[in-house]
Write a protein that binds this ligand. Structure first.
Ligand SMILES: Nc1ncnc2c1ncn2[C@@H]1O[C@H](COP(=O)(O)OP(=O)(O)OP(=O)(O)O)[C@@H](O)[C@H]1O
Ligand SMILES: [Mg+2]
Length: 271
């Protein structure tokens, strides 16, 4: 049981951003991905979830035996994948509670309004998210930190098998960071959730101990190690990987067999 990424190659506007990236996140483990700005971390998170606009030119992404590439975003979510976005978007006119209700319906899970409300109450309370926001439009007028708490609350209510967290720690105050990372850590134990945690700082790992730390530079994994690697990176930066992380090359000719970015919720949102 794992989220298994094999030799993933991705281009954006003719530039190769991911250059043969391989990474395994077994169920029940926390894998951190750290790397310099622009190295392709968010690109990875978007491609995993099927955001349009990326051209996948090679590789595979397998979730517990299900190939995700080429599937629309909702099918990937149905298969058990969840993305907490680096910059959660506003969705005017669609409330958080309606989103969650539809997500359960799409999975074929019968959940009454009162059961959903009870789960929401519990999870919102746990991480200090104002429960009243759940009846309002998704992320509209929410602060940066409130949006990150919202992502976490949705995760906790939906209970995905694997979660990709793209800088979940950014924008959270110290108290929220502790609550949010503790909630994620508990999910790993409670239902064996696998976590791919993208971050720049090891502060996320105070409560959420990573099994492995992977360094992403120049679109590929250039190093990996235990939690001590995160400390070392914070001390020394990424200079040691400069040679390994040659700038992404321009790609003039599309390789045969390219899988165009599949349509997903972003299409619906006009992104
Ligand atoms: N839609 C796009 N159009 C053009 N370029 C893009 C697009 N998406 C990503 N890129 C480029 O791909 C590279 C990787 O971006 P990405 O957002 O994945 O970096 P990152 O590792 O998440 O950085 P950060 O640490 O700053 O969040 C950058 O050079 C970025 O400008
Ligand atoms: Mg990013």
């Amino acid at each position: 049981m794992s989220l298994s990424i094999r030799d993933l190659r991705v281009e954006v506007e003719g530039r190769e951003i991911l250059r043969g990236l391989s990474l395994d996140v077994p169920a029940g483990e926390v894998h951190a991905v750290m790397g310099p700005n622009g190295s392709g971390k968010s690109t990875l998170s978007h491609v995993l979830m099927g955001r349009p606009g990326y051209v996948v030119t090679g590789g595979s992404v397998n979730l517990d035996g299900v190939e995700l590439l080429g599937r629309p975003t909702w099918e990937r979510a149905q298969a058990g994948l969840f993305l907490a976005m680096q910059y959660p978007i506003e969705v005017p006119g669609v409330s958080i509670v309606a989103t969650l209700r539809e997500a359960f319906a799409a999975r074929g899970v019968e959940l009454s309004d009162s059961e959903l409300a009870a789960r929401l109450d519990t999870e919102a309370d746990e991480i200090g998210f104002d429960r009243r926001f759940a009846d309002r439009a998704m992320n509209v007028d929410l602060s940066g930190g409130e949006r990150k708490r919202n992502e976490t609350m949705q995760l906790a209510v939906l209970r995905p098998r694997y979660a990709v967290l793209d800088e979940l720690d950014s924008g959270l105050d110290v108290d929220a960071l502790r609550l949010v990372s503790a909630r994620i850590a508990r999910a790993v134990v409670e239902w064996g959730m696998g976590v791919l945690a993208i971050t720049h700082y090891q502060r996320l790992f105070t409560e959420l101990a990573p099994t492995r730390v992977h360094v992403l530079a120049g679109g590929t994994i250039v190093d990996e190690g235990g939690p001590e690697l995160a400390e070392e990176l914070e001390r020394s930066g990424y200079a040691a990987y400069a040679a390994a992380a040659a700038p992404p090359t321009a790609v003039s000719v599309r390789r045969a067999g390219a899988v165009p970015g599949s349509s997903g919720i972003d299409d619906l949102l006009g992104l």
